[in-house]
Write a protein that binds this ligand. Sequence first.
Ligand code: HEM
Length: 416
Amino acid sequence: MTARIIDDAAQVLAKPQAYTDEKRLHEALAHLRAHAPVSWVDVEGYKPFWAVTKHADVMDIERQNDLFTNDPRPLLMVSDGEDVLRAQMEAGIGLRTLIHMDDPHHRDMRKVGADWFRPKAMRDLKIRVDELARIYVDKMVEKGPECDFVQEVAVNYPLYVILSLLGLPESDFPRMLKLTQEMFGGDDTEFQRGGDVEDMLAVLLDFFNYFAALTASRREHPTEDLASAIANAKIDGEPLSDMDTASYYVIVASAGHDTTSAGIAGGMLALVENPGELARLQKDLGLMGTAVEEMIRCVVPVKEFMRTAQADTEVRGVPIAKGESVLLSYVSANRDEEVFSDPLRFDVGRDPNKHLSFGYGVHFCLGAALARMEMNSFFSELVPRIKSIELAGEPELMATTFVGGLKHLPIRYSLK
Ligand code: HEM
């Protein structure tokens, strides 16, 4: 057997804390793309994996979804957590969402919610999203001249959008906010419920219980919302199991929330740090589409997903054995010099912009159109109203290897 390629720089991909220092992270990833684009990572606390850092390789792997599957290891987590969740899933009591599945079951399950995220559904939702965007920009005016943009604006607005789409009562929104933050903040001491696997499981159980009750109520009294569509969906004439319905709600509520918040918060910081680009956008609001896309490329709210090889194969000439996992670093792929000119630059007019922040292939983000619309509505409302804006303290990033971005962004501003 050939020796594995091991470059120590790749260890950053298994260190939640490394994501809080973007400059060093990008230096390490640039080094890997140049010298060890497929590198073996074996660090304490995690099962080993191959780190894949080139844009073309991430796409190739995602395209071959029979050879590289999501099951059994769709994302990086500490090995104890992985073992417990695996055991639960095998016992039929673990959450199994779209990201844990492969075709053909994945295809059937994806169809259940797909109509709710198509362009027509988005057009119907746009009026409400625009209205929410206005409400949150007005709130910034009320709170001015300073706020923590993340905690006071960016986390709330997308939550309102996604929970409105699901059809949940507004009184439950604070509870959902806490649960999604506990779930994705599992690696960050500020948000985690506790540091143990039991704490993570308790969060999942709370989600499950809440959504099991929701399913029962929507089956009894169907309404015109996504929650009813999920609760009353049938595959091959059979209703979804309680676990499948609960898992569906969890993926929609969680994937639809923290990701977009991170996109909005990171986008805001990019505008503050690049006043020239903000001025350019203010002068030509027709750039909003490319500006939003550039925010999503630079922020990379979802840092990685994983796949597992179902047969011996190779990536960029590096042999990958059956059963080994590959980590697809979207953070790195989006800065790949072979695809993006001047990749570290924030350019509101960047076009083309073939970023991989929404993934690629059969698991391509179901909510991509919604996320784009939310960000577009928000910045279309905010940007023309900005008279001045600057940092009022140090921005702070969340420690995570999966979903997240800024957790605090103190800003000082004057809006029209
Ligand atoms: C800027 C915001 C967002 C980003 C960066 C993002 C990113 C991603 C990524 C990288 C994937 C995995 C793709 C792959 O494996 O190839 C994904 C999947 C998914 N996303 Fe998003 N997402 C965002 C917003 C949303 C929103 C608003 C929703 C709404 C519910 C959503 C729902 C989902 C779902 C359901 C999946 C699983 C799809 C599947 O496995 O078939 N996402 N997202």
